[in-house]
Design a protein around this ligand. Structure first.
Ligand code: PMP
Length: 286
């Protein structure tokens, strides 16, 4: 089946959708993105993603080409047109195509480029990985310093994934000044003595929409949460570890740099949080 995608106000078959070679997303990674998951044909935490989108645009002084209500309609239409029951919706907005390549931003009247497409992922919520847990390596965090903005400059995270693969692992946790910042495409957590520990919010990490929801659910379930940086050694000695993201929800991490974490199997806190997150998110999906 040919996917229906959305480009600058039009729904098109994927092979007819085009963007200019002068687009600043292509030339300068001058663009931002969001990924929203779909469960039961409904959007998970659309409002959270729309709010972060607005923040990313604001931080980069980029014009928002679409009202939130219209954006919701586009998401829903793509879910419908592509028969998505479980999957993801990718959204990207760039500063648009200037007449030529120039480091300076183009004039204000240059229309931003907006693209959305679906990724069909049957079985997303029932991931076999969540039952066995994943293995991570630690790597130095060599990204730029504004990781709170969800830009499309994802080369270093891609390199990190490849380093993990080369080491026979699934992902990499990035380390700066001796402490874990986050995973290549997720927020990182450890559990010690029943306490959930995850790095505090700052410009050093992306403010995960799943992170916000999971911490809220954890607190509602009377779990102890501490937002602070932790080291690789601390993680290796933790009882459990896990990560969160819109596409993987809550994912247990069972090994870090070759050392088993806890029992080397998904722990009770991660397993419970995954269940709570999926149940509660489905209830309020739109
Ligand atoms: N950190 C990074 C670096 C990410 O790329 C992502 C996912 N895009 C996350 C954290 C998780 O954010 P969210 O829960 O909003 O998907």
């Amino acid at each position: 089946m040919t996917r229906t995608v959305y480009v600058n106000g039009k729904y098109l078959p994927e092979n007819e959708a085009t963007v200019s070679i002068f687009d600043r997303g292509f030339l300068f990674a001058d663009g931002i993105y969001e990924v929203t998951s779909v469960l039961d044909g409904k959007l998970i935490d659309f409002d959270g993603h729309a709010r972060r989108l607005a923040r990313s645009l604001g931080e980069l002084g980029m014009r928002n080409p679409i009202e939130t209500e219209d954006l919701l309609d586009v998401h829903r239409e793509l879910v419908r047109a592509n028969d998505i029951v479980e999957g993801l919706i990718y959204l990207q907005i760039t500063r648009g195509a200037a007449a030529d390549r120039d480091f300076a931003y183009p004039s204000e009247d240059t229309p931003p480029t907006i693209v959305l497409f679906t990724q069909n992922k049957p079985g997303l919520a029932d991931s076999p990985m969540a039952k066995v847990g994943i293995k991570v390596i630690s790597i130095e965090d060599q990204r730029w310093a504004r990781r709170d903005i969800k830009t499309v400059q994802l080369l270093y995270p891609s390199m990190g994934k490849m380093m993990a693969k080369a080491a026979g692992c699934d992902d990499a946790w990035m380390v700066e000044d001796g402490a874990v910042t986050e995973g290549t495409s997720n927020n990182a957590y450890i559990v010690k003595g029943g306490k959930i520990i995850t790095r505090h919010l700052s410009n050093d990490i992306l403010h995960g929409i799943t992170r916000a929801a999971v911490l809220r659910f954890a607190r509602e379930a009377q779990m102890d949460v501490e937002e602070r940086a932790f080291t690789v050694a601390e993680a290796q000695e933790a009882d459990e570890a896990f990560f969160t993201s819109a596409s993987a929800f809550v994912m247990p991490v069972v090994e870090l740099d070759g050392a088993a974490i806890g029992t080397g199997t998904p722990g009770p806190v991660a397993t419970r949080l995954r269940e709570i997150y999926l149940d509660e998110s489905r209830k309020v999906a739109i």
